[in-house]
Design a binder for this molecule. Sequence first.
Ligand code: DSN
Length: 410
Amino acid sequence: MSLKQTDGAIYELIEKEKEYQNNTLRLIASENYTSNAVMEATGSILTNKYAEGYPNKRYYAGNKYVDEIELLAIERAKKLFKVGHANVQSHSGSSANIAAFFAFLEPGDKFMGLDLPHGGHLTHGSHVNFSGKWFNAVHYSVDKETEALDYDDIRKKAIEEKPKLIICGYTAYPLIIDFKEFRSICDETGAVLMTDISHFAGLVAGEAYPSPVQYADIITTTTHKTLRGPRSAMIMCPEENAKTIDKSVFPGTQGGPLEHCIAAKAVCFHEAMQPDFKEYAKQVVMNAKVFADELATKGLRIVTGKTETHLILVDLTQKGVTGKDAQMALEEAGIITNKNTIPFDTKSPFITSGLRFGTAALTTRGMKEDEMKWIADNVVKIIENPNDNEMKVKIRNEVKEICDRFPVYK
Ligand code: DSN
């Protein structure tokens, strides 16, 4: 029986969500629209199979096709990122990071990551997360003036603190990271270099962002952001770390792998190897630059002054509106984004002084510079008049027209 026949309530809600995704402008920097092929694999009969272990070394029988699928996913990941080893079993970015810590740290060990309000992720040592509770997390921050990473300061801090592992790769940082500099800091202090490339993995695959592969001891990433795959993750590393990483994922921190997601990741890697994915990645960055420039021209302050990626962080302090209120007003006009702390924010992560935007999803829809300018202009209008309901309705109608010109899902 179909979902519609079995569970009308869930079917209807999924249909509504589909329409909502079609008819709104998605600017959440960590979201994308995945292909029908990826969704077909995600929703496949592979969800029925238990496959604890690794290809040709499983704890259950009946894995001859599942092994082929996982091996294909591994081979494609290695080829796409030109990396020695890939483990495609991680369920999410957080579980990949748990496995990374399990591989290189003991409980209580010291590691260093970027502070959450400065763009770091929860799993990079936040006090409310396992990473901050079970390990001794110390933080570096961005420079107060430039809002960019200060590599001399990070080096100084690493020499003082002697962390066992240093993480780079963030959730709200719009500039390119100097991986070579991080490698040199880790070499000088004896730390393991972990890069979490979740946000910009698709840009790395599409050669629109430098690769950390020659520098990192371990690379974690989600697969659903700029990489445009299923909601999942993976870990990559040089060949010499392969056994340690595999043991940390299974049996270290996970049980049965989600083979339907692994098949979908294989499809995503195949798609990302096609020549048009490079064009896509280039356009994502171009769209972000145009979007940031237009916001700045219309009077918004861009954190770090620019973007070099898919991501734009805006400081609303001078506009007298919080990130929370701006996010809500934009949502009413059909523009979906998220409130975000900015470096040295005085407001809580639930209120915030900033907004974060990303161009990966709209670029997938085929939108280019003209659409970015129109959206940026209207974002500023709403931020400057968050309570003007008449204007929000008018923009909402225009948003719907743009969405109709760039359809996503039938
Ligand atoms: N929640 C993701 C983001 O939006 O950046 C990271 O996990």
